[in-house]
Design a protein around this ligand. Sequence first.
Ligand code: GLN
Length: 488
Amino acid sequence: MKPHQLTIHQLAKLLREGVLTSTQIVESLLDQIEKVQQKTNSFISLFKEEALKEAMGADALFKKGDKLSPLTGIPLAVKDLLCLKGKTTTCASKILENFVPPYNATAIRRLREDGAIILGKANMDEFAMGSSNENSFFGTARNPWNLEHVTGGSSGGSASAVAADECIASLGTDTGGSIRQPSSYCGIVGMKPTYGRVSRFGLVAFASSLDQIGPMTKDVTDTAILMNSISGKDPLDTTSADVPVSDFTSVLTGDIKGLKIGIPKEYFAEALLPDVEKAVREGIEKLKELGAEPVEVFLPHTDYAVPTYYIISSAEASSNLARYDGVKYGYRSGDEEGLQKMYEKTRMEGFGAEVKRRIMLGTYVLSSGYYDAYYMKALRVRTLITKDFENAFQKCDAIVSSVAPTPAFKIGEKVEDPLQMYLSDIFTIPMNLSGLPAISIPCGFSADNLPVGLQIIGKHFDEGTILRAAHAFEQSTDFHLKKPEIVI
Ligand code: GLN
């Protein structure tokens, strides 16, 4: 195996043993990127020279033997809506094409303090709005398992970069499924932490009450390692929670005997493709063999989750995106035609179609006369959905379901039909509405060899339980070890 094919924990061991240098890891990744980036379009920007320089710094530390963390010298990718000081942070939008933030996102700062190297910024749907990465101003990312198929979205580039071995692991963000759905489509592990677990400072906001940053990795141990680095209270984000962060790797015991797993009836409805249902049901059988005890749970408001999400997330987006007016950030057009025209032209030319659709919808549901009918009602339904989970968790320790109703669909298949596109997040959105942590892990393949993901959902701040269950599952299966042909 070449260095770029290994996991964080495998590389950390080799680095410590002196078998490998960080410079060799970066070089190996750069070779791989050279080979496949044309096909996958995983990255919006790459920092080759800086990465090599930082790798030399890490190698010097290893020589001295001090200041070592499991992330020292490990090259990562981050979704291009996380601010990295001095580097463009585009949100895959024309309006921020040239925006260079003067500070680092807290999650990035923490990774760097632990010695990680940021190798590049990953492709995504514009402002994280989308389920296929087709809404990127920089072109769609392609699924390494089949280049005709989508990566999923919105963290599509973060997923394809990991799946195609173009980085060792990455960060994505999840507002309605954007870490878990692309992880499932690309056959990797991806976790949305509990809302408040990871600071959102320096994450360009889409829907502030839903957005969370999380790891996208080749296996569960790597997710635990990244969680250790990025989690915890941050004075710069008032919604970050003051909840103790224990070592997430210490819970990976392989033992899930007696773990009660809830199986929600509503998540096995008609929308689920037979191939996907089969893989997920086999996954549940595997968990049973390992000692988990399935119990039936009910999430009766599931049908309302998608409409509720689109009202709340679009309302928040319309407010968050009001700041892009040609004055404060990025792109400006129509200067010579007066202030009003400048605003209009900047936004008309700077935003893509999907972003405009969300701004219009959001402005509508917040406007007087419709506020009570739509926005307030959506907030009430959000509470009902949250209560569904509270009730379900009376009977179980974790809930298991599919991540998405289908495997990765074909590029172009759903672009003309936004409602169909929105339904790809039907099983992931409820956890954002209720702030719960959830992980996607590889659990099989469809008949045409596209990955399928199993979702494990936990109680608030109980990432430990879902990591333990996911890890036990992974130990007894080999889906996460399979590689797409283009990387072999
Ligand atoms: N696909 C969903 C949307 O388009 C979720 C996006 C996300 O999680 N960022 O809004």
